[in-house]
Design a protein around this ligand. Structure first.
Ligand code: GLN
Length: 309
């Protein structure tokens, strides 16, 4: 069933778009700096296959931090809750996503949660496989499965651009290695992580993955559980408590939808039991979240009374 352009969503996009002017496209990863700050698009996917959209939903975006929640799901399936949470915590930080501060001040020194870079790097390191290539292909296969799209790939230019400039992420890795949270080669981990963050898809794919989380791991089209229910729930809880970085509290109050953002300007939303949302709006606020994307979700949540609280 093709995705249907929706006048109601177009109206909300029109209302949300002007705030993009107050944001900025991320350019600390040079390849992301090319995005058009005024872009804004949304796709919503329902369990019965209906899909509604506004804007250019075919445009591909790299997942960036959105990938963290998907990798967490894979690693929880690969390992166990006990294994994963012995190395990464479950608490929000209140610090920026790439902060190193709490690693030093907390004892024992483990990343506070899997949504900040330190935690995500530790989680990516837990993906099973004998080589970077094998581990990456396993993650890609999982993402293709979740989205129902076999053609999903990663953007080599974005991966390379981040690999060449990821000094802070390297620093986080060395800190984690010193404290035995990770083992192995840091360059290989950065290679895997930057490829993971550069996996590309459009809003439609993103909304399909959001839908699987919304439905506790079930792919509604196949009627199949592709992720255990308890794992989907853990991921959704992290989306609520840490998914929008250090703006997660305000987001929960204003919008009340489990969501995960990335510095490319993507947001994946999972309205429990109802539908999945994919948004792209590359102008970011000072926390690194899509500024117009958040406004759009706020309008959507208010208009249709979507808060889960
Ligand atoms: N790849 C990005 C980084 O590690 C992801 C960060 C993000 O989207 N917040 O810096």
């Amino acid at each position: 069933m093709p995705c249907q352009s929706s006048d109601e969503l177009k109206e909300l996009v029109k209302e949300a778009r002007p705030i993009a002017k107050q944001g900025r496209v991320a350019d600390y990863i040079p390849a992301l700096g090319k995005a058009n700050p005024n872009d804004l698009s949304i796709a919503i996917n329902y369990p019965d296959g209906r899909c509604f959209s506004a804007g250019d939903i075919e445009r591909k975006i790299s997942l960036q931090s959105i990938s963290k929640v998907i990798t967490l799901a894979l690693v929880l399936m690969d390992r166990s809750k006990e294994y994963v949470f012995a190395r990464v915590g479950m608490e929000p930080t209140g610090d920026p996503f790439n902060s190193i501060a709490k690693l030093e001040t907390m004892a024992p020194s483990k990343p506070l949660n899997p949504m900040i870079n330190a935690g995500a790097l530790a989680v990516t390191n837990m993906i099973k496989g004998d080589s970077v290539e094998e581990r990456f292909q396993r993650l890609l296969a999982f993402i293709r499965n979740l989205s129902g799209n076999d053609t999903i790939e990663y953007n080599e230019e974005i991966a390379r651009s981040e690999f060449e400039t990821a000094h802070l992420n390297r620093a986080l890795c060395y800190f984690l290695k010193q404290h035995h949270i990770i083992e192995g080669d840091v360059e290989q981990l950065i290679d895997l992580y930057t490829k993971q963050c550069a996996i590309e898809m459009n809003c439609l794919d993103l909304s399909r993955i959001g839908l699987v989380f919304a439905l506790d791991g079930v792919d509604p089209q196949l009627g199949k559980q592709i992720m255990p229910m308890n794992i989907a729930r853990i991921c959704k809880t992290f989306m609520v408590t840490c998914g929008m970085y250090n703006a997660s509290g305000e987001f929960a109050i204003k919008i009340g939808i489990p969501a995960k953002s990335g510095v490319s300007g993507g947001i994946m939303g999972a309205v429990p039991g109802k539908f999945g949302i994919g948004i792209f709006g590359p102008a970011l606020d000072d926390k690194g979240n899509s500024i117009a994307g958040i406004r759009l979700l706020e309008l959507l949540s208010k208009t249709y009374n979507l808060s889960m609280f």
